[in-house]
Every structure is written in C-alpha cells, then in structure tokens.
Write a new protein. Structure first.
Length: 629
C-alpha cells in the first residue's frame, strides 16, 4: 500500500474530528487518467498549484437556506446553532468530497460553498495572495456576477482582513467595529457578522477564508466547523497539488520524448528548436516562449519564438545582465516582475522564467518562458522541470550547428568542383575555339571576305571576354571573401545556383536607373564597388545566395530573376530582389532560418526585408534593402 502523502492529527474535539483523522491519509494516484493528459495546457491565470479558478456565486441572501450546488449540502442546524445529526453527516460529506477532488479549482469551490452552507453564512470566499498581498486567486459565493464585475479586483489582505491569524479564527459580530476596518468598496453589499480563518498548506498560509452575513451572527460551533473544513481543505489542496505536479511532470516527459523522437528521426534542427519552444509554452501555461541563442560574435539573439512573442524575433538581448548571467551560469532565474531593462520589448512580460541551455558544461542558449502581468508566478518545480527540458533544446542547438557545418563543407566542396570544371574544361574549350577562329581568319590559302573577317574578330573578342569572366568567377569561388568585384561575386552565386535549380537564373544590375552590362568587367561594373562598401557587399552576396537557395528548396519554379538596384547620392540604397514563378508564399509560411537571417541582416543594416507575392500574382518576390552608409 502506498505511503500516505499527509496525515492530520487532532486532539480532543467534536466527534467528526476523529473521522477526519481516519480519512486524512490520502495517496496520489501513480498515473493520472489518460483523458487528463489530453488537456490543452493553456489555462490562463492559475491557482497557486496550476489550475484556473473561476469566480462564481449567487445573489446575496439566496445562499442562506437551501442547497449549495458546489457542495451538494443542506444546512441542517439545530435551533441553538449546533449541528444536528444531519448536519454532522453533511460535514463529513463535505470533507469526503474535498478529499476525493484532485482539481484545485473545484476543490476550492467545494470548500467555500460548504463553509458558507454549514455555518449559515450568506457570503463566503477564499482569497489566495502573493507575497505582496495581491490576490492571485479569489473564489466566492453569495455575490451576483453583476456586483462582482462592478467591484473589479478582489480585496487585498490588508486592514481588517490582514488581522486574521495564522492559527485560529477571527470572529466579529460586526466587521465595521474592527479598529482596522477601512470601509467597503463602492457598490459592495453590506456586511456585518464576520468569520475568517487561514488555510495552511505545508506549514505556510495558502489562503484565507472569509464568511459574512450570518443571521444572528457566528458562534463557537461555527468556528469548529470552519477549522475542521480548513484542515480538510489543506490536506486536499496538498494532495491535489502533488497530483497536478505529477501531471505536469508527465507532460514535460511527453514533450521531451517528442523532441528526442524528432532528433532520432533526423528532423531539421530548426523544426526541433521550434517544437521545443512550442512545447515549453503549452506545458507551462505561458503566454510566450523564446529561445535565445548566441551568434558567432557572441551576441545573444532571440532566434525562436512561440505564442504572442512573435514580434521579438531577432531581438538582441545581449545587454540584459540577467540573460547574460543565466547564459553563462548553471542556474536559472525566476521573477514575478520583468527582470529586464525598463523600456525593453521584453518589459511587457512578468512573471518570467529563464532556464539555461547547456551541453558539455558550456552554455549554448537560454529558454525564456513568459507570462503577462497578473498571471501567477512560477514555482521552483517549474524551474526544475523547465531546466531539465531545456537540455533537449541544447541538443537540438548542437545538432543545428553540426548541420550548418556540414552544409558549409558541402558548399565549399561544390564551389571547388565548379571552379575546377570551369578552369579545366570551359576555359580550355574556349581557348581551343578561339584558336580555331584565328586560324580560319588568318589562313592565307583560303582568305575570307572583309565582312566575315570582322565577324570572326568579334567572335574572338567575345571568347576572350568569356574567358576573363570565367577567371573572375573561379577566383570568387576559390575565395569568396577575396577582393573580387561585387557584380562578379553575384554572377558566381548565380552560376552555383544553376546546379540546384536545373536552369540559369537571369541577372540584371542597375545603378541610378541605368542598366549595366553584367558581362563587362570594366568601368561600368566597377561603379558598383565605388558605391557599395565591402561590408554591405558581403550582405548583398549573402542575400542573393540565401534567396536562390530558398527558391531551389521550396519554389519548384522554372524561372528566377535576380535584380540588383543601387541608388547613389543622399539617402542612397542598395536593393536586392529575387523573384520566381513557383508555388508562391503559403498563407501560413513556415519559419525558416534562412529568411530569419535575411531579416536580421536587414535589421542590423537599418534596412528592410519582405517575402511577398509579386504583382504578377505568380511565385514569390524576396526584397532586401539597406542604406549605402
């Protein structure tokens, strides 16, 4: 038989206390029911142990005599206020009902309704507050919904309500006579007789019960009933909390298993990281989650988002000390309010949980779980579970890095192969063709007409120009970062894309509206290099490369146009467009690391990035722009 979770021992008292000592040893089921595991874990504001708690109740004066729907009880007291045999049975029924309820929300409703019913109070409520005295869960009965809406926020545990002791009760014939009474809010129903008691869980005050408006006032018998119900509720809440924790652990375990399966099946690392963020948000009932990852220059950037934090994608949080601390250390961070610099886009969140992503003793990122202000704070259990789960994200990040390195190695190999083929085959064939043309035009035994001779000279010049172009491309392929003209580097990227696309993309270059001959290595193409700085030129090449790669992966197109537009003068800019005639942009586009990087490049350069359907209505148009300065 499993060991009991908690046992309440009581001394002398009414007979039902002995019944309570008998039923108090409760156990938590080893496995939660399957239907519970299929809940959507987006509960919004939760109780202190993870459950949404609605506010309900009937009209004032309608709760006194009669049946309570939440408790299922009839109040049957004797004329002197003591419980009759029927009343004792109802008390035991209420205790058993709470003991068998593993949902904190309905358990609190049962407790409030039973307390009001068995004492004859017209009004009952339980208030659960945080360390600042602000209510985070408030369940009441006896006040109609219109009055609840008019009153606004629940009461604070201040003034007279703050005088309720941790042990025992506060009983008043008229709460307005209490020296710390500060008055009732405007529109609040009048209240006289009052009975308050603390509910303690794990030795700490969990919440406070308020009862009011019993005709004739409360008596010592009511105190005994309330203390008995409070003790029963405390144990029931603790058991429900343990059960909820078990459910959450199982949900975290299921999410971790899903991530492991994706990794073993060879899923794209970007998809795995997105699944990590989505799972963390859903399991922990958060409004948004972020994966903050380092860049090669050690900046910390929001790389993955989930929930309502989509606008934070690409945000640089390197300057936030708390993020840096979690990234560099082994411990996470939990805060009720926002822990970041005031004015930061992250400042709209709080509570916040930050868990480190670590692998082989090194920090590789930070998992941020975000809730809006007013939501319940994260607990230590949340931190432990999130930190354990974050290791899955760390593995996915390492996988992403490995895939990137493999991709870079494959790209370098492809560049080397193309360079060899161009040098060893294309140039030699052009040389041979040029020599044949020269031999024909200069053969004295078979002279050609002057018109044919001029045509052959033109062919020779074109062959020489082609050889020069190929040599430039080969140099760009051998060393992309070398001092190669920008137009030549773009031609090299277009040539590489031929292999993956199955056809050659077109390329056009304009400077101040004038079209340049992209095959001419002379002065016109050199104008581009005088306007576009080397750093910006590297961005342009990267945009062309990624744009063509995206078309090859997703578009299924038959035509691709690459356009470079440079505008000089004050406010000058460089614009890159990659347009295809493929399947177009989906209604719900998938997150892509490539397009994300293009957006980041534009943001860092003070420019813009868009991926839309072009005016023709066919395919997609990638547009990237940045100022020249």
């Amino acid at each position: 038989m499993p060991a009991p979770v908690s046992t309440v021992t009581v001394g002398r008292g009414p007979w039902w206390w002995s019944w309570w000592s008998f039923i108090a040893p409760l156990t938590v089921p080893r496995s939660p029911p399957a239907e519970l595991l299929s809940w959507t874990w987006d509960l919004g504001p939760r109780s202190l142990y993870g459950c949404a708690v609605p506010v309900g109740g009937g009209a004032v004066g309608q709760h006194d005599e009669g049946r309570s729907e939440a408790s299922g009880l009839d109040r049957t007291g004797g004329p002197d206020g003591t419980l009759t045999d029927g009343g004792e049975g109802h008390l035991l029924s209420a205790i058993l009902g709470m003991a068998g309820d593993l949902d904190v929300a309905s358990l609190l409703e049962r407790f409030v309704a039973a307390s009001a019913t068995l004492t004859g109070a017209r009004y009952g409520a339980i208030n659960i507050v945080d360390d600042t005295g602000t209510s985070i869960t408030f369940v009441q009965t006896g006040v109609d919904p219109a009055t609840v809406a008019a009153l606004g926020h629940p009461p604070h545990a201040w003034g007279m309500l703050g005088s309720i002791p941790d042990q025992g009760v506060l009983r008043l014939d008229d709460l307005t006579d209490h020296p710390r009474f500060r008055g009732l809010p405007a529109g609040h129903p009048p209240m006289g007789p009052f009975l308050g008691a603390a509910v303690r869980v794990r030795g700490q005050r969990y919440g406070t019960l308020y009862l009011a408006e019993k005709p004739g006032g409360f008596d010592p018998q009511d105190e005994g009933v309330v203390l008995t119900l409070a003790a029963a509720a405390a144990v029931a809440v603790q058991n429900a909390a343990l059960y909820q924790l078990q459910v959450r652990r199982q949900r975290w375990a299921q999410a971790a298993a899903q991530i492991s399966t994706m990794l073993l099946e060879g899923a794209d690392a970007e998809d795995v990281l997105q699944a990590v963020a989505d799972a963390a948000r859903q399991v922990d009932g958060a409004d948004g989650t972020l994966l903050i990852l380092p860049t090669p220059d050690e900046a910390l950037i929001v790389e993955i988002v989930s929930g309502d934090a989509g606008d934070l994608l690409g945000l640089d949080v390197s300057g936030e000390p708390v993020v840096r601390q979690v990234f560099a250390g082994q411990d996470g961070h939990v805060s009720t309010a926002s822990p970041v610099t005031a004015g930061s886009p992250l400042d709209r969140y709080g509570p916040v949980l930050l868990a480190p992503l670590r692998t082989e003793g090194q920090g590789v990122g930070v998992l941020a779980v975000l809730r809006r202000p007013g939501a319940l704070p994260f607990e230590q259990d949340d931190m432990e579970l999130a930190t354990s789960f974050a290791q899955q994200a760390a593995l996915a990040f390492v996988l992403a890095e490995a895939q990137h390195l493999r991709g870079q190695a494959a790209l370098r190999g492809e560049r080397a192969r193309i360079a060899r083929d161009l040098h060893d085959l294309a140039i030699q064939q052009l040389f041979a063709a040029g020599m044949q043309v020269e031999a024909v035009s200069s053969n004295p035994s078979d002279p050609v007409s002057s018109g044919v001779a001029r045509a052959l000279d033109d062919v020779t010049e074109h062959i020489d120009a082609g050889i020069r172009q190929i040599r430039v491309i080969v140099r760009a392929l051998d060393d992309p970062d070398a001092s190669v003209p920008l137009v030549a580097r773009i031609r090299a990227e277009v040539e590489i894309a031929r292999g993956s696309l199955g056809f050659a993309p077109s390329l056009s270059v304009q400077v101040d509206g004038a079209e340049l001959d992209v095959t001419d290595e002379g002065e016109p193409a050199a104008v581009v290099d005088t306007l576009v700085a080397p750093g910006r030129a590297n961005n342009v090449v990267a945009v062309v490369r990624e744009g063509l790669a995206n078309v090859a992966r997703h578009a299924r197109s038959r035509q691709v146009d690459v356009r470079l537009r440079v505008t000089s003068g004050h406010g000058g800019s460089v614009v890159v467009e990659v347009e295809d005639d493929g399947v177009g942009v989906p209604a719900a586009p998938e997150r892509s690391s490539g397009t994300k990087n293009l957006a980041l490049r534009a943001q860092e350069a003070g420019g813009s990035f868009s991926l839309l359907r072009p005016p023709s209505g066919r395919g997609a148009l990638l547009r990237w722009s940045a100022p020249l300065d």
